[in-house]
Ligand binder design. Structure first.
Ligand code: GLV
Ligand code: MN
Ligand code: MN
Length: 427
């Protein structure tokens, strides 16, 4: 149970927005995609390692105790050498290969800014405050997504996580060792008092509604499946259509079906085939092999389960009809998560007290907070995404909205840490 701190006034304390933006710029230089504002920092690559090193330096510069666990999750704690009893914030610094500079990074740097603000103003929280970044949130290189926070929360065994194979063939444990980020702290990690994550919305809702702060109610269910189709290579000119075992044809039929079934079900159902690979991928050769990924999501787990079944049935029929073998691998499956009502209320209440427009909404993307919600009261603060664009170098959030969101994070964390007053720092 969280203490009722709703009587505490939000006070005058504010973050330094310019300092936060400077850090966002500096981090975005690592893995910068030339000619864009975006970033390519796939999990456990050299770019990720460079980003981690910068974050750890900033944490140490603030005097935080830096704890790295066995899957590379990294937490900086203020006022303690442990996360025990702490109010934790954070997110991820890995990006998709064609990512923006805000997804995840904002949440980590927001946390750092909150802690620096607290230090600068001599605030004495009743609990330790902590900021962390979790390994491989994106899932773009290693599956599943939110892997680090899932391990932290005890939802995935470390041995299995370390064996995850990347889209480039690398093994997660090897990559963690190669970049030197396999830490000593045990997993599962210590459950903090509470977890609040600041993140860009990554969708169009807040902007369309003219709202500055989203109080996130939960995260929709996520299902990722990899399908591998094995047919037979043959000559594109000489092989009659009736003789083909065309893995590529089956793959595109499945991709088309995913779109059709999602359109038929209607919102909030979404579905994506983001990755198709053909072998040998040549103009005049029938494809012997195709792999594709299916990402389907819904806030209603029963509907999600139904759509998974319909896609599986269609894929089996399409493969059999073409004489192609089908193998399926579940890459990720997470049921919808509801955030803690007290944290949702708190985010909304603090946003209103700070004079911002606010609304409640579910998250469309996966987030580390959904994993931390397994072990402690958790919630999120959303800020608008310009044109609802994300997982794209053009991803953008206005500085004023960033500052608003991080001030909400600051005061939400202080409430959770049971801060009654702010002591001025001694001269
Ligand atoms: C990962 O965070 C995703 O939502 O795809
Ligand atoms: Mn993210
Ligand atoms: Mn993302």
């Amino acid at each position: 149970m969280l203490a009722d701190t709703s009587a505490i006034d939000a006070g005058e304390l504010r973050i330094d927005g310019a300092r936060l933006l400077r850090r966002l710029d500096e981090l975005a230089e690592i893995g910068a995609i030339e000619g864009t504002q975006g970033c390519s920092r796939l999990a456990l690559t050299d770019e990720d390692a460079a980003g981690r090193a910068l974050l750890a330096t900033w944490m140490r510069d603030l005097g935080l105790t830096v704890i790295v666990d066995a899957i590379g999750n990294t937490v900086g704690v203020l006022g303690s050498d442990s996360v025990q009893g702490a109010v934790l914030t954070g997110s991820h610094i890995d990006t998709v290969a064609t990512g923006g500079r805000f997804d995840g990074n904002l949440g980590v740097l927001a946390g750092l800014e909150v802690l620096e603000t607290v230090i600068d103003h001599g605030v004495r929280p009743g609990r330790p405050l902590a900021v962390g970044f979790f390994t491989n949130e994106e899932g773009a290189r290693f599956a599943p997504d939110m892997l680090g926070s899932l391990v932290y929360a005890g939802g995935l065994q470390i041995e299995r996580a370390l064996q995850s194979v990347a889209i480039d063939g690398a093994v997660l444990g090897d990559e963690l060792d190669r970049i030197g980020w396999r830490g000593a702290a045990p997993v599962p990690g210590i459950a903090p008092h509470a977890f609040v994550e600041c993140h860009i919305e990554q969708g169009p809702v807040l902007e369309a509604e003219g709202i500055t702060i989203g109080a996130v109610t939960g995260v929709q269910g996520i299902s990722w499946t990899k399908l591998t189709l094995t047919g037979q290579s043959n000559h594109a000119g000489t092989t009659p259509m009736s003789h083909r075992r065309d893995a590529g044809y089956v793959a595109v039929r499945i991709a088309g079906f995913v779109r059709d079934v999602v359109d038929e079900i209607g919102p909030p159902q979404v579905g994506t085939v983001g990755r198709i690979e053909l072998y040998p991928n040549l103009v005049n050769v029938v494809a012997a092999r195709a792999t594709l990924t299916v990402d389907v999501r819904n806030t209603d787990d029963a509907v999600l389960t139904d759509v998974e079944g319909r896609i599986a049935e269609f894929a089996a029929g399409a493969a059999a009809g073409e004489g192609v073998e089908l193998a399926t691998e579940v890459l990720a499956r997470f049921v919808p998560v509801a955030f803690d009502p007290a944290v949702i209320d708190l985010v909304e209440h603090v946003a209103e007290q700070l004079g911002h427009t606010t609304m409640r909404l579910p998250a469309g993307a996966g987030h580390d907070a959904q994993m931390l919600a397994r072990i402690c009261p958790a919630g999120m603060v959303f800020v608008p995404s310009v044109d609802g664009i994300s997982h794209n170098p053009a991803e953008h959030t206005d500085p004023a909205d960033i500052e608003a969101g991080v001030n909400v994070l600051l005061h939400a964390m202080l409430r959770l840490a049971e801060v009654g007053r702010v002591e001025e720092r001694a001269p």
